[in-house]
Design a protein around this ligand. Structure first.
Ligand SMILES: C[S@@+](CC[C@H](N)C(=O)[O-])C[C@H]1O[C@@H](n2cnc3c(N)ncnc32)[C@H](O)[C@@H]1O
Ligand SMILES: Nc1nc2[nH]cc(C(=O)O)c2c(=O)[nH]1
Ligand code: SF4
Ligand SMILES: [Mg+2]
Length: 244
């Protein structure tokens, strides 16, 4: 279920630059062409021994699940902002996630969800949430009706978290072929939900994706979205810094 736990600087979105502990779950039902988490399902479970050192202890699956609080406590640093549940797709493991995010909250930690938003029915409370809104070009081949369903679910997830009082924002990964109008329409839909920040994240070339969007594309998208919502843009800074 859990693939790795480590301490790093948040490299994406509204809280970029803050210190986080990352709990990464394994599986994900989607298959984004740019996904930098290729080992979705298999592989060992590794836990950083000392924050930021990349020294890992290998655990077996069951062992780590019961020791989660102990492990998080061992990675706590004075600058810690929150504990991120990411993946893969953390909401694949919704029951475990609900139980442990509540326990960690009771222990005094702020909780942060990083999700693709495909499971609105499984969402529980998090202090902060980053919900991806996927675009059709993120997939090798997606039927229009499947994309529409995914999009509807993503908006529903954001709305649910917003109404629960989570500090939720939307993240859109943009590519060189991303349409300005398409992202502007997303911004309009977000503004109908409430005061939701839109974080534009230029794709980091990976796998079959070879190029980042141009500066013009980034500025055009930001200007168009800025008519409707609060918008910011950041690349994945942890990769620039060579961090996990
Ligand atoms: C690995 S995903 C895990 C959480 C969830 N499955 C999702 O997609 O939101 C974490 C974040 O990394 C982003 N990401 C993955 N590969 C990327 C890449 N090559 N360039 C930019 N962002 C990427 C995803 O879009 C998502 O916002
Ligand atoms: N440093 C760092 N920041 C991140 N923000 C989101 C990440 C993720 O994979 O969910 C991530 C990650 O993997 N590392
Ligand atoms: S939804 Fe997230 S984990 Fe799943 S393939 Fe896309 S980027 Fe990767
Ligand atoms: Mg990542």
């Amino acid at each position: 279920m859990i693939r790795e736990i480590f301490s790093s600087i948040m490299g994406e979105g509204k809280f970029v630059g803050r210190r986080f502990i990352f709990i990464r779950f394994k599986k994900c039902p989607l298959n984004c062409i740019y996904c930098d988490e290729v080992s979705k399902g298999e592989g060992e479970c590794r836990v950083e021994v000392i924050p930021g050192t990349r020294n890992f202890k290998i655990y077996n699956e069951e062992e780590i699940e019961d020791k989660l609080v102990e492990i998080v406590n061992s990675l706590k640093t004075p600058d810690l902002f929150a504990v991120s549940f990411t993946g893969g797709e953390p909401l694949v493991y919704a029951e475990y996630l609900k139980k442990y995010s509540k326990i960690l909250k009771e222990e005094g930690y702020k909780t942060y969800l990083e999700s693709n938003g495909m499971y609105p029915g499984r969402v529980s409370f998090f202090d902060y949430a980053s919900i991806d809104i996927k675009l059709p070009e993120h997939f090798e081949d997606i039927k229009e009706e499947d994309y529409k369903k995914l999009y509807k679910n993503e908006l529903k997830t954001i709305e649910k978290l917003y109404n629960m009082g989570s500090d939720v924002f939307a993240k859109v990964i943009i590519m060189e072929n991303t349409s300005v109008e398409f992202v502007e329409n997303i911004a309009k839909d977000l503004s109908d939900i409430g005061n939701i920040m839109l974080c534009i994240q230029p794709v980091t070339p990976y796998g079959k994706v070879r190029r980042m969007p141009t500066q013009k594309k980034i500025f055009d998208i930001m200007s168009a979205c800025g008519k409707h919502v609060d918008v910011m843009c950041t690349p994945q800074i942890h990769k620039l810094l060579g961090m996990l």
